[in-house]
Design a protein around this ligand. Structure first.
Ligand SMILES: Cc1ncc(COP(=O)(O)O)c(C=O)c1O
Length: 433
Protein backbone atom coordinates (compact mmCIF):
# COMPACT_ATOMS: atom_id res chain seq x y z
CA UNK A 1 0.00 0.00 0.00
CA UNK A 2 1.20 3.57 -0.69
CA UNK A 3 0.94 4.43 2.94
CA UNK A 4 0.30 2.53 6.16
CA UNK A 5 -3.30 1.28 6.22
CA UNK A 6 -3.02 -0.43 9.60
CA UNK A 7 -4.76 1.37 12.47
CA UNK A 8 -2.30 2.00 15.34
CA UNK A 9 -4.61 0.07 17.66
CA UNK A 10 -4.99 -2.98 15.39
CA UNK A 11 -2.83 -5.22 17.60
CA UNK A 12 -4.97 -4.45 20.65
CA UNK A 13 -8.06 -6.25 19.29
CA UNK A 14 -8.05 -9.64 21.03
CA UNK A 15 -11.05 -11.86 21.88
CA UNK A 16 -9.69 -15.09 23.25
CA UNK A 17 -13.18 -16.32 24.24
CA UNK A 18 -13.86 -16.79 20.53
CA UNK A 19 -10.26 -17.59 19.49
CA UNK A 20 -10.19 -20.73 21.62
CA UNK A 21 -13.24 -21.80 19.57
CA UNK A 22 -11.06 -21.98 16.44
CA UNK A 23 -8.73 -24.45 18.17
CA UNK A 24 -11.61 -26.46 19.61
CA UNK A 25 -13.36 -26.59 16.21
CA UNK A 26 -10.17 -28.00 14.69
CA UNK A 27 -10.09 -30.72 17.33
CA UNK A 28 -13.79 -31.41 16.89
CA UNK A 29 -13.15 -32.06 13.18
CA UNK A 30 -10.53 -34.65 14.13
CA UNK A 31 -13.19 -36.40 16.19
CA UNK A 32 -12.90 -34.94 19.72
CA UNK A 33 -16.36 -34.17 21.19
CA UNK A 34 -16.24 -30.66 22.70
CA UNK A 35 -18.02 -29.41 25.82
CA UNK A 36 -18.33 -25.67 25.25
CA UNK A 37 -17.67 -23.95 28.56
CA UNK A 38 -16.25 -20.82 27.01
CA UNK A 39 -19.03 -18.62 25.71
CA UNK A 40 -21.67 -16.68 27.67
CA UNK A 41 -24.63 -17.49 25.45
CA UNK A 42 -27.38 -19.29 27.42
CA UNK A 43 -29.18 -20.21 24.17
CA UNK A 44 -26.08 -21.89 22.73
CA UNK A 45 -25.90 -23.88 25.99
CA UNK A 46 -29.45 -25.14 25.50
CA UNK A 47 -31.56 -22.60 27.44
CA UNK A 48 -35.15 -22.59 26.18
CA UNK A 49 -36.46 -19.05 25.79
CA UNK A 50 -39.90 -19.21 27.52
CA UNK A 51 -42.82 -19.76 25.18
CA UNK A 52 -44.60 -16.63 26.40
CA UNK A 53 -41.56 -14.51 25.38
CA UNK A 54 -41.54 -16.18 21.97
CA UNK A 55 -45.28 -15.45 21.64
CA UNK A 56 -44.65 -11.76 22.31
CA UNK A 57 -41.92 -11.79 19.65
CA UNK A 58 -44.28 -13.49 17.19
CA UNK A 59 -46.99 -10.91 17.92
CA UNK A 60 -44.51 -8.05 17.32
CA UNK A 61 -43.25 -9.74 14.18
CA UNK A 62 -46.83 -9.59 12.77
CA UNK A 63 -46.80 -5.80 13.06
CA UNK A 64 -45.64 -3.99 9.96
CA UNK A 65 -43.86 -1.28 11.95
CA UNK A 66 -41.39 -3.87 13.27
CA UNK A 67 -39.83 -4.00 9.81
CA UNK A 68 -39.06 -0.29 9.56
CA UNK A 69 -36.23 1.86 10.88
CA UNK A 70 -36.70 3.17 14.40
CA UNK A 71 -35.67 6.63 15.63
CA UNK A 72 -31.89 6.94 16.10
CA UNK A 73 -32.13 6.91 19.89
CA UNK A 74 -34.61 4.04 19.87
CA UNK A 75 -38.42 3.70 19.96
CA UNK A 76 -39.85 6.42 22.17
CA UNK A 77 -42.29 4.14 24.02
CA UNK A 78 -39.45 1.74 24.83
CA UNK A 79 -37.16 4.49 26.09
CA UNK A 80 -40.02 5.91 28.15
CA UNK A 81 -40.63 2.49 29.66
CA UNK A 82 -36.95 2.12 30.59
CA UNK A 83 -36.77 5.64 32.05
CA UNK A 84 -39.90 5.03 34.16
CA UNK A 85 -38.53 1.72 35.46
CA UNK A 86 -35.18 3.38 36.28
CA UNK A 87 -36.91 6.25 38.10
CA UNK A 88 -39.07 3.87 40.15
CA UNK A 89 -35.91 2.33 41.59
CA UNK A 90 -34.92 5.71 43.10
CA UNK A 91 -31.53 7.35 42.70
CA UNK A 92 -30.94 9.57 39.71
CA UNK A 93 -34.01 10.40 37.61
CA UNK A 94 -33.74 10.31 33.82
CA UNK A 95 -35.97 10.84 30.79
CA UNK A 96 -36.32 9.00 27.48
CA UNK A 97 -33.90 11.56 26.02
CA UNK A 98 -31.10 10.18 28.23
CA UNK A 99 -31.36 6.73 26.62
CA UNK A 100 -29.69 5.57 23.41
CA UNK A 101 -30.19 2.16 21.83
CA UNK A 102 -27.44 0.13 20.13
CA UNK A 103 -27.11 -3.10 18.19
CA UNK A 104 -26.09 -4.93 21.33
CA UNK A 105 -23.69 -3.60 23.95
CA UNK A 106 -20.82 -4.70 21.72
CA UNK A 107 -21.86 -1.86 19.40
CA UNK A 108 -22.27 0.55 22.33
CA UNK A 109 -18.81 -0.33 23.67
CA UNK A 110 -17.19 0.32 20.29
CA UNK A 111 -18.88 3.71 19.92
CA UNK A 112 -18.18 4.83 23.46
CA UNK A 113 -14.42 4.40 23.08
CA UNK A 114 -14.25 5.34 19.39
CA UNK A 115 -15.73 8.74 20.13
CA UNK A 116 -13.35 9.59 22.96
CA UNK A 117 -10.45 11.90 22.19
CA UNK A 118 -7.48 9.60 21.32
CA UNK A 119 -5.51 10.90 24.33
CA UNK A 120 -8.35 10.35 26.80
CA UNK A 121 -8.15 7.05 28.67
CA UNK A 122 -10.62 4.95 30.67
CA UNK A 123 -9.21 2.84 33.50
CA UNK A 124 -10.88 -0.57 33.71
CA UNK A 125 -10.74 -3.74 35.80
CA UNK A 126 -8.11 -6.49 35.61
CA UNK A 127 -9.31 -9.18 34.84
CA UNK A 128 -11.09 -7.36 32.02
CA UNK A 129 -13.99 -8.20 29.76
CA UNK A 130 -12.09 -8.18 26.44
CA UNK A 131 -14.59 -6.18 24.37
CA UNK A 132 -14.09 -3.22 26.73
CA UNK A 133 -10.35 -3.60 27.18
CA UNK A 134 -9.65 -4.20 23.47
CA UNK A 135 -11.88 -1.35 22.28
CA UNK A 136 -10.37 1.06 24.81
CA UNK A 137 -6.82 0.00 23.96
CA UNK A 138 -7.50 0.18 20.25
CA UNK A 139 -8.95 3.70 20.51
CA UNK A 140 -5.77 4.84 22.27
CA UNK A 141 -3.32 2.70 20.28
CA UNK A 142 -1.81 1.59 23.60
CA UNK A 143 -2.43 -1.16 26.18
CA UNK A 144 -5.52 -0.79 28.36
CA UNK A 145 -4.83 0.82 31.76
CA UNK A 146 -6.24 -1.28 34.59
CA UNK A 147 -6.95 -1.42 38.31
CA UNK A 148 -6.83 -4.82 39.98
CA UNK A 149 -9.72 -6.89 41.17
CA UNK A 150 -7.84 -8.78 43.90
CA UNK A 151 -8.49 -12.53 44.02
CA UNK A 152 -6.76 -12.63 47.40
CA UNK A 153 -9.40 -10.17 48.62
CA UNK A 154 -12.57 -11.84 47.27
CA UNK A 155 -12.17 -9.95 43.95
CA UNK A 156 -12.64 -6.53 45.58
CA UNK A 157 -11.18 -3.71 43.47
CA UNK A 158 -7.93 -2.19 44.71
CA UNK A 159 -9.08 1.40 45.20
CA UNK A 160 -5.65 2.56 46.36
CA UNK A 161 -4.08 1.36 43.12
CA UNK A 162 -6.98 2.89 41.19
CA UNK A 163 -6.37 6.29 42.79
CA UNK A 164 -2.57 6.05 42.35
CA UNK A 165 -2.98 5.36 38.63
CA UNK A 166 -5.53 8.15 38.21
CA UNK A 167 -3.15 10.55 40.02
CA UNK A 168 -0.12 9.60 37.93
CA UNK A 169 -1.91 9.56 34.57
CA UNK A 170 -3.57 12.86 33.71
CA UNK A 171 -5.09 11.31 30.59
CA UNK A 172 -7.45 9.10 32.60
CA UNK A 173 -10.88 10.70 32.23
CA UNK A 174 -13.11 7.85 33.30
CA UNK A 175 -13.48 4.68 35.38
CA UNK A 176 -15.09 1.54 33.99
CA UNK A 177 -16.80 -0.97 36.24
CA UNK A 178 -18.63 -4.14 35.20
CA UNK A 179 -21.28 -4.94 37.79
CA UNK A 180 -21.90 -7.87 38.26
CA UNK A 181 -18.50 -8.59 36.83
CA UNK A 182 -17.55 -10.83 33.95
CA UNK A 183 -15.42 -12.97 34.43
CA UNK A 184 -15.23 -13.00 38.25
CA UNK A 185 -18.90 -12.95 39.29
CA UNK A 186 -18.05 -10.17 41.76
CA UNK A 187 -20.71 -7.63 42.75
CA UNK A 188 -19.64 -4.14 43.86
CA UNK A 189 -21.08 -3.22 47.26
CA UNK A 190 -22.81 0.12 47.58
CA UNK A 191 -19.90 1.35 49.75
CA UNK A 192 -17.37 0.53 47.04
CA UNK A 193 -19.57 2.21 44.43
CA UNK A 194 -19.70 5.30 46.66
CA UNK A 195 -15.90 5.31 46.96
CA UNK A 196 -15.59 5.13 43.18
CA UNK A 197 -18.07 7.99 42.79
CA UNK A 198 -16.01 9.97 45.33
CA UNK A 199 -12.84 9.35 43.29
CA UNK A 200 -14.63 10.49 40.14
CA UNK A 201 -15.71 13.67 41.95
CA UNK A 202 -12.24 14.31 43.34
CA UNK A 203 -10.48 13.97 39.97
CA UNK A 204 -13.28 15.26 37.73
CA UNK A 205 -13.86 11.97 35.93
CA UNK A 206 -16.91 10.22 34.53
CA UNK A 207 -17.95 6.61 35.21
CA UNK A 208 -19.02 3.84 32.86
CA UNK A 209 -20.97 1.02 34.50
CA UNK A 210 -21.67 -2.06 32.40
CA UNK A 211 -24.76 -3.52 34.07
CA UNK A 212 -25.72 -6.13 31.49
CA UNK A 213 -25.90 -8.73 34.30
CA UNK A 214 -27.64 -6.48 36.88
CA UNK A 215 -30.89 -8.47 36.78
CA UNK A 216 -28.89 -11.68 37.19
CA UNK A 217 -27.31 -10.78 40.53
CA UNK A 218 -27.73 -13.33 43.29
CA UNK A 219 -29.94 -12.78 46.37
CA UNK A 220 -27.80 -11.40 49.18
CA UNK A 221 -25.17 -9.99 46.80
CA UNK A 222 -26.09 -6.41 47.72
CA UNK A 223 -26.30 -5.46 44.03
CA UNK A 224 -27.08 -1.78 43.53
CA UNK A 225 -27.00 -0.01 40.24
CA UNK A 226 -24.65 2.94 39.79
CA UNK A 227 -27.76 5.15 39.44
CA UNK A 228 -28.40 4.72 43.18
CA UNK A 229 -25.18 6.48 44.23
CA UNK A 230 -24.14 8.62 41.27
CA UNK A 231 -25.14 12.06 42.74
CA UNK A 232 -24.04 14.69 40.25
CA UNK A 233 -21.18 12.76 38.61
CA UNK A 234 -21.46 12.30 34.82
CA UNK A 235 -21.87 8.63 33.94
CA UNK A 236 -22.97 6.06 31.41
CA UNK A 237 -24.80 2.88 32.48
CA UNK A 238 -25.11 0.04 29.98
CA UNK A 239 -27.88 -2.57 29.81
CA UNK A 240 -29.12 -5.14 27.31
CA UNK A 241 -31.33 -8.14 26.68
CA UNK A 242 -28.65 -10.61 25.48
CA UNK A 243 -28.27 -12.29 28.88
CA UNK A 244 -31.67 -11.58 30.42
CA UNK A 245 -34.28 -12.76 27.91
CA UNK A 246 -31.86 -14.33 26.78
CA UNK A 247 -31.75 -13.03 23.22
CA UNK A 248 -28.14 -12.28 22.23
CA UNK A 249 -29.00 -12.73 18.55
CA UNK A 250 -31.37 -9.75 18.71
CA UNK A 251 -28.36 -7.42 19.02
CA UNK A 252 -30.12 -5.08 21.38
CA UNK A 253 -28.65 -3.03 24.21
CA UNK A 254 -28.86 0.53 25.44
CA UNK A 255 -27.00 3.15 27.43
CA UNK A 256 -28.36 5.56 30.00
CA UNK A 257 -26.58 8.93 30.27
CA UNK A 258 -26.52 10.46 33.74
CA UNK A 259 -25.80 14.13 34.55
CA UNK A 260 -25.15 15.34 31.05
CA UNK A 261 -26.15 18.79 32.25
CA UNK A 262 -23.42 18.80 34.90
CA UNK A 263 -20.43 18.92 32.55
CA UNK A 264 -20.20 20.61 29.18
CA UNK A 265 -17.42 18.34 27.84
CA UNK A 266 -19.30 15.22 28.88
CA UNK A 267 -22.43 16.55 27.24
CA UNK A 268 -20.54 17.22 23.98
CA UNK A 269 -18.95 13.76 24.12
CA UNK A 270 -22.33 12.03 24.57
CA UNK A 271 -23.69 14.09 21.63
CA UNK A 272 -20.86 12.71 19.48
CA UNK A 273 -21.90 9.17 20.46
CA UNK A 274 -25.51 9.94 19.49
CA UNK A 275 -24.33 11.57 16.24
CA UNK A 276 -22.24 8.55 15.30
CA UNK A 277 -25.31 6.34 15.87
CA UNK A 278 -27.24 8.75 13.64
CA UNK A 279 -24.81 8.03 10.79
CA UNK A 280 -25.98 4.41 11.04
CA UNK A 281 -29.62 5.57 11.20
CA UNK A 282 -30.76 3.38 14.09
CA UNK A 283 -30.54 0.07 15.94
CA UNK A 284 -32.61 -3.11 15.53
CA UNK A 285 -36.34 -2.32 15.79
CA UNK A 286 -38.05 -5.64 16.58
CA UNK A 287 -36.38 -6.30 19.98
CA UNK A 288 -37.16 -2.71 21.03
CA UNK A 289 -40.84 -3.33 20.25
CA UNK A 290 -40.75 -6.47 22.33
CA UNK A 291 -38.78 -5.14 25.30
CA UNK A 292 -41.47 -3.31 27.33
CA UNK A 293 -44.01 -6.07 26.64
CA UNK A 294 -41.65 -8.74 28.00
CA UNK A 295 -40.24 -6.77 30.92
CA UNK A 296 -43.64 -5.57 32.14
CA UNK A 297 -45.11 -9.08 32.02
CA UNK A 298 -45.85 -10.56 35.47
CA UNK A 299 -43.92 -13.67 34.50
CA UNK A 300 -40.65 -11.85 33.74
CA UNK A 301 -39.06 -11.36 37.15
CA UNK A 302 -40.13 -14.77 38.55
CA UNK A 303 -38.55 -16.28 35.41
CA UNK A 304 -35.28 -14.44 36.10
CA UNK A 305 -35.39 -15.44 39.78
CA UNK A 306 -35.66 -19.06 38.73
CA UNK A 307 -32.62 -18.86 36.53
CA UNK A 308 -30.59 -16.98 39.13
CA UNK A 309 -31.47 -19.61 41.74
CA UNK A 310 -30.06 -22.30 39.45
CA UNK A 311 -26.84 -20.35 38.73
CA UNK A 312 -26.36 -19.81 42.46
CA UNK A 313 -26.88 -23.48 43.22
CA UNK A 314 -24.42 -24.49 40.50
CA UNK A 315 -21.85 -21.96 41.67
CA UNK A 316 -22.11 -23.28 45.23
CA UNK A 317 -21.42 -26.77 43.95
CA UNK A 318 -18.40 -25.61 41.97
CA UNK A 319 -17.19 -23.53 44.92
CA UNK A 320 -17.30 -26.56 47.20
CA UNK A 321 -15.41 -28.71 44.70
CA UNK A 322 -12.65 -26.26 43.77
CA UNK A 323 -12.11 -24.81 47.25
CA UNK A 324 -10.88 -28.25 48.35
CA UNK A 325 -7.80 -27.85 46.10
CA UNK A 326 -5.25 -25.88 48.12
CA UNK A 327 -3.33 -24.57 45.07
CA UNK A 328 -6.37 -22.61 43.89
CA UNK A 329 -8.05 -19.35 44.87
CA UNK A 330 -11.81 -19.71 44.66
CA UNK A 331 -14.61 -17.31 45.59
CA UNK A 332 -18.34 -17.59 45.73
CA UNK A 333 -20.07 -16.04 42.72
CA UNK A 334 -22.41 -13.11 43.49
CA UNK A 335 -23.93 -12.53 40.09
CA UNK A 336 -23.88 -13.29 36.33
CA UNK A 337 -23.19 -16.84 35.16
CA UNK A 338 -19.44 -17.29 35.19
CA UNK A 339 -16.90 -18.57 37.66
CA UNK A 340 -13.19 -17.82 37.60
CA UNK A 341 -10.65 -20.01 39.34
CA UNK A 342 -7.13 -18.68 40.02
CA UNK A 343 -3.95 -20.73 40.29
CA UNK A 344 -1.86 -19.54 43.23
CA UNK A 345 1.39 -17.79 42.28
CA UNK A 346 4.18 -20.14 41.12
CA UNK A 347 2.01 -23.28 40.98
CA UNK A 348 2.00 -23.67 37.20
CA UNK A 349 5.12 -24.82 35.32
CA UNK A 350 5.88 -25.30 31.60
CA UNK A 351 6.42 -29.04 32.24
CA UNK A 352 2.93 -29.94 33.47
CA UNK A 353 0.75 -32.04 31.18
CA UNK A 354 -2.37 -34.17 30.98
CA UNK A 355 -2.49 -37.41 29.05
CA UNK A 356 -4.03 -37.07 25.59
CA UNK A 357 -5.24 -40.34 24.11
CA UNK A 358 -5.87 -39.12 20.55
CA UNK A 359 -2.48 -38.68 18.88
CA UNK A 360 -3.86 -36.34 16.17
CA UNK A 361 -5.32 -34.09 18.85
CA UNK A 362 -2.00 -34.10 20.68
CA UNK A 363 -0.20 -33.11 17.47
CA UNK A 364 -2.45 -30.07 17.02
CA UNK A 365 -2.02 -28.94 20.62
CA UNK A 366 1.75 -29.44 20.72
CA UNK A 367 2.18 -26.98 17.86
CA UNK A 368 0.44 -24.30 19.91
CA UNK A 369 2.47 -24.56 23.11
CA UNK A 370 5.42 -22.30 22.29
CA UNK A 371 5.48 -18.92 24.02
CA UNK A 372 2.04 -19.14 25.55
CA UNK A 373 1.00 -18.26 29.09
CA UNK A 374 0.97 -21.09 31.61
CA UNK A 375 -2.80 -20.94 32.12
CA UNK A 376 -3.37 -21.09 28.35
CA UNK A 377 -1.14 -24.18 28.35
CA UNK A 378 -3.37 -25.71 31.02
CA UNK A 379 -6.51 -24.82 29.03
CA UNK A 380 -5.08 -26.42 25.87
CA UNK A 381 -4.21 -29.64 27.70
CA UNK A 382 -7.64 -29.64 29.33
CA UNK A 383 -9.24 -29.28 25.91
CA UNK A 384 -7.11 -31.96 24.27
CA UNK A 385 -7.48 -34.42 27.13
CA UNK A 386 -11.20 -34.00 27.93
CA UNK A 387 -12.80 -31.87 25.21
CA UNK A 388 -13.81 -29.28 27.86
CA UNK A 389 -13.29 -25.81 26.41
CA UNK A 390 -12.40 -23.23 29.10
CA UNK A 391 -11.05 -19.69 28.72
CA UNK A 392 -7.58 -18.90 30.11
CA UNK A 393 -7.70 -15.97 32.54
CA UNK A 394 -4.46 -14.19 31.64
CA UNK A 395 -4.78 -13.95 27.87
CA UNK A 396 -8.58 -14.19 27.76
CA UNK A 397 -9.21 -11.38 30.21
CA UNK A 398 -6.08 -9.25 30.07
CA UNK A 399 -5.36 -10.49 33.60
CA UNK A 400 -2.18 -10.58 35.67
CA UNK A 401 -3.24 -13.82 37.37
CA UNK A 402 -3.22 -17.31 35.90
CA UNK A 403 -6.51 -19.18 35.96
CA UNK A 404 -9.53 -20.13 33.94
CA UNK A 405 -13.19 -19.23 33.50
CA UNK A 406 -16.13 -21.51 32.91
CA UNK A 407 -19.86 -20.82 32.74
CA UNK A 408 -22.78 -21.88 34.93
CA UNK A 409 -24.99 -22.29 31.88
CA UNK A 410 -25.18 -26.06 31.48
CA UNK A 411 -28.89 -26.91 31.55
CA UNK A 412 -28.48 -30.45 32.85
CA UNK A 413 -27.51 -30.43 36.53
CA UNK A 414 -25.99 -33.90 36.42
CA UNK A 415 -23.85 -32.95 33.44
CA UNK A 416 -22.79 -29.71 35.11
CA UNK A 417 -21.65 -31.56 38.21
CA UNK A 418 -19.83 -34.17 36.15
CA UNK A 419 -18.02 -31.43 34.20
CA UNK A 420 -16.98 -29.65 37.38
CA UNK A 421 -15.76 -32.89 38.96
CA UNK A 422 -13.88 -33.70 35.76
CA UNK A 423 -12.22 -30.25 35.56
CA UNK A 424 -11.24 -30.46 39.24
CA UNK A 425 -9.71 -33.93 38.91
CA UNK A 426 -7.76 -32.77 35.85
CA UNK A 427 -6.48 -29.72 37.76
CA UNK A 428 -5.20 -32.04 40.47
CA UNK A 429 -3.56 -34.38 37.93
CA UNK A 430 -2.06 -31.51 35.96
CA UNK A 431 -0.54 -29.89 39.05
CA UNK A 432 0.92 -33.24 40.17
CA UNK A 433 2.38 -34.12 36.75
C1 LIG B 1 -19.83 -7.48 30.53
C2 LIG B 1 -20.40 -7.60 29.16
N1 LIG B 1 -20.74 -6.49 28.49
C3 LIG B 1 -21.23 -6.56 27.25
C4 LIG B 1 -21.40 -7.76 26.60
C5 LIG B 1 -21.91 -7.76 25.18
O1 LIG B 1 -23.26 -7.96 25.12
P1 LIG B 1 -24.11 -7.79 23.79
O2 LIG B 1 -24.61 -9.13 23.43
O3 LIG B 1 -25.22 -6.84 24.18
O4 LIG B 1 -23.22 -7.20 22.73
C6 LIG B 1 -21.07 -8.95 27.26
C7 LIG B 1 -21.20 -10.27 26.58
O5 LIG B 1 -20.73 -11.30 27.02
C8 LIG B 1 -20.55 -8.87 28.56
O6 LIG B 1 -20.18 -9.98 29.25
Amino acid sequence: MRTNIIHPGADELVYEIREIVEVAKKLEKIGLPIIWENIGDPVAKGAEVPLWIKEIVVEAAQENGSYGYSPTKGLLETREYIADERNLEGGIQITAEDILFFNGLGDAITKIYENLHPDARIIGPNPAYPTHSSAEASHAGAPHITYSLRPENAWQPDLVEMEDKIKENENIVGILIINPDNPTGFVYSQDILRSIVDLAKKYNLFIISDEIYSNLSFPGSGMKKLASVIDDVPAIAMRGISKEFPWPGARCGWVEFYNRDKDEDFNRYTKSIIDSKMLEVCSTTLPQKVLPRVMSDDRYYPYLENRVERYQKYSEYAYNVFSKIPELIVHRVQGAFYMTIVFKEGILTPQQTLSVSNIDVLNVIEKLLDNISLDKRFVYFMLASTGICLVPLSSGFNASHAGFRFTLLEEDEGKFKDNIDHIASCVVKYLAS
